[in-house]
Design a protein. Sequence first.
Length: 452
Amino acid sequence: MSDTIIAQITPIGNGGVYILRISGKKSSIVLKSVLHCVLKPRYATYLPFYDVNNEILDKGISIWFPSPNSYTGEDVLELQGHGNNILANLLIKRILKISNIRIARPGEFSERAFLNKKIDLIQAEAISDLINASSEAAIKASVKSLQGDFSNFINRIINKITNLRVNIEYELEFSEENINSIQINFYNEIKKIIKYLKNILFIAKNGVCLHESIKIVISGFPNSGKSSLFNMLSCKKSSIVTNIKGTTRDLIYNQINFHNKIIELVDTAGIRKTTDKVEKIGISLAKKEMNQTDILLFMIDSSQNIKIQINKFFKLKKNVFSKVNVILIFNKIDLNNIDPSIFLDNKINFLCISIKKKIGLEYFYKSLKEILKDYKNFSGENIYIARQRHIEEIKLAKKELLIGKKNFKTNKNYEILAYHLQNTQNFLNKITGKINSEDILNKVFSNFCIGK
């Protein structure tokens, strides 16, 4: 934090303009050395940029943000020049000649904004999410989190817990001195807070769906049409398709947009017994993906022995992916004149189609659309972008308060209740960063690009 940092905050390469950001105590020295003048705060001024020999290196817009009214809370200078990458690098090298100025680490500007209390941790994460948003809904949700809506929701729950703890302290302090204690039903208040936690958990889970996308794995037996289905959904030939068993050995990924939902599509190796060492590794990876997916599209070759394949499928379902949403697809019906169809049995969608001949594909798209209804299509109006760590902390907070409610109902012990409320509050404070650890901060900000 004692160093002054610099980075290009526009993408590297030639373009309309480049923008350099300098933040820290030496920003005012950079201003005088490079611009040879004093700037009016927060006003854009067109000026020449000078090198160490006082020769004009470039001309552009300069904006001065004195502390604390800046993005980072420190003195910040932004220089906007003509978008030539060589020019930008020459200006950076010129500024780095000033002592105690260095290139910023990934996410360091946002990290300083957090440490200087300009934003909380949720807002810091929302900046990264906004930059990387891959849908309109994700953008809207990221903006709401960046504005502090999600933080305000969490803080309202924290305030309710704080007020309850204050009343408990009052009870502990004065109830034994025959002073009229505050008449408050602690059990009912705890129930209300648990209800708030359930509500925010629902909202956060949906926000994670926007942030992380829905994972769909295509699996099945060799030569059943897995790669053909992957290519069809991807609208391009990403996977190799042959009549040779074991063609796909590695995991192949693609991201698609299906009915305004961001889908992470995964093609996998065909499931079979094999002595090939490489294929065995691929099958092992496939089984792992099958267990960790949101939706599994399992392919069966209807031109082969269907009964044997179905028995193998249910054995796999029991041992590998028992809790996964599955669409079971009987492909290649054109080879044995099976009619295209769709039916539901044991909560599994069964489809009969031909990908090659494009027979019955309307049934496939209907089934996929139906199963995706469980993953709500959010507009971003009533949802905030969220991350898995938010989910975990809210779950821990809810679990802690449920234990506290149960204990208090049994023994009416205020000290124990205060202990559970304190733990609940600590879990929620970790979300906004009021309680933080170096590990959490490193994990959050190291995923930012340099310049943010």
